[in-house]
Design a protein around this ligand. Structure first.
Ligand SMILES: [Mn+2]
Length: 368
């Protein structure tokens, strides 16, 4: 999706220029993996160079998918050119101060952190596994001047009391023990958040997930993407505006029988080059459905069926209470049958039983 990403990033640069933006904030993830592809790195290089050429500072933090060490590379050299990355966490949160007509804005660059990163620097604190306590400790080292406007960049799963951000299938393992309560950010005028793909406020209007620039999973189909323009006036006056980002190819779902979705009138209803998720409602599977769909929709991402058969074999046949009553062998056998639509055969069953026996799992009652 490099072309799509470049197309979206070009819009970000245009918006930044048209709105006389002083700084672009990227609250991670910058990449999708710790060792990104060469093409992804050169696209980011192009983006940073263009921003610098337009005299726009860039403030960016690594997310959980990034390598903090690699992102920190040459960061002091880049800082001289207005591109700011935090170094690897050393117990303190780096601060970048940028002047504007109302004074100074202090940007606090907090990389993605886990309690384990923070604990060694606070031996007297009872942090344990609590993200809220850990992040609170990490932020306590920020020497905040309350006269200045303070902006924090963070890449965490931030919740407000019992309110959780709305997530999609793109974020793995979000929510659970890793939540950070929004109250730890009370002393900051604006909280620029990354991690969750859907743009949204959390807890207050001045705490926002910017959201991803593109849709990265079918569950994001209904979510429009945007750039979040934050206008910092004098202390305590903040205006937030969302500016739509148009995708090069949209992601959408097309549903119906194969013959109908390939018919001209349906094809012409949208851009056939979009990333489409085709859901076929035919009762019988069609041979070569994907090839036929692709001949009309070249960027088809997936073809699924929604019919009596698919509904019948859908997962979640057992509720969690029933699952907890299964022993490890039954649990595995159920999982296998769910995945493959048929039970373990005799030989497979024997192998599973023997393996569980050797591992000691067979002795334990109930699922884990
Ligand atoms: Mn993330």
């Amino acid at each position: 999706m490099l072309e799509d990403q470049r197309y979206a990033l070009e819009q970000v640069l245009t918006i930044a220029e048209n709105e006389n933006t002083s700084a672009i904030i990227l609250a991670g993830d910058l990449y999708d993996k710790t060792i990104p592809s060469a093409e992804a790195v050169s696209l980011f290089d192009w983006f940073l160079t263009e921003a610098t050429r337009k005299n726009i500072s860039v403030l960016a933090i690594p997310g959980n998918h990034d390598s903090a060490e690699r992102i920190a590379y040459a960061s002091s050299l880049l800082a001289a050119h207005g591109v700011h990355f935090p170094g690897v966490y050393d117990g303190s949160i780096p601060c970048v101060q940028l002047p504007d007509e109302h004074g100074t804005v202090a940007f606090w660059l907090m990389p993605f952190l886990k309690p384990a990163h923070i604990r060694p620097y606070f031996p007297d604190l009872e942090i344990g596994q609590s993200y809220t306590t850990a992040i609170q400790a990490a932020l306590s080292t920020c020497d905040i001047d309350p006269q200045m406007r303070n902006v924090v960049l963070a890449h965490q799963f931030v919740t407000a009391g019992s309110a959780m951000p709305e997530t999609s299938d793109s974020e793995l393992n979000l929510g659970g023990l890793d939540n950070v309560d929004i109250s730890v950010f009370d002393q900051f005028d604006y909280v620029a958040l990354g991690h969750v793909h859907r743009p949204q406020r959390i807890g207050r209007d001045e705490a926002r997930y910017a959201g991803s620039l593109l849709k990265y999973s079918f569950s994001e189909i209904p979510h429009p993407k945007s750039a979040c323009l934050v206008d910092l006036g004098p202390k305590s006056t903040i205006e937030v505006k969302l500016i739509p980002i148009e995708p090069l190819h949209d992601m959408r779902e097309i549903r119906g029988p194969l013959e109908s979705i390939l018919a001209d009138d349906v094809v012409q209803q949208g851009n056939a080059n979009d990333y489409v998720h085709v859901v076929l409602t035919d009762e019988e599977p069609t041979i070569d459905a994907l090839t036929r769909v692709r001949s009309v929709y070249p960027n088809v991402m997936a073809v699924d069926y929604d019919n009596i058969r698919s509904r019948h074999t859908s997962t979640a046949a057992l509720d969690s209470e029933a699952l907890h009553k299964l022993n490890p062998y039954q649990l595995f056998a159920t999982f296998y049958e769910e995945q493959n639509g048929k039970p373990l055969d005799e030989e497979q069953a024997k192998i599973v039983a023997e393996t569980l026996d050797k591992s000691g799992y067979a002795q334990e009652g109930g699922a884990r």
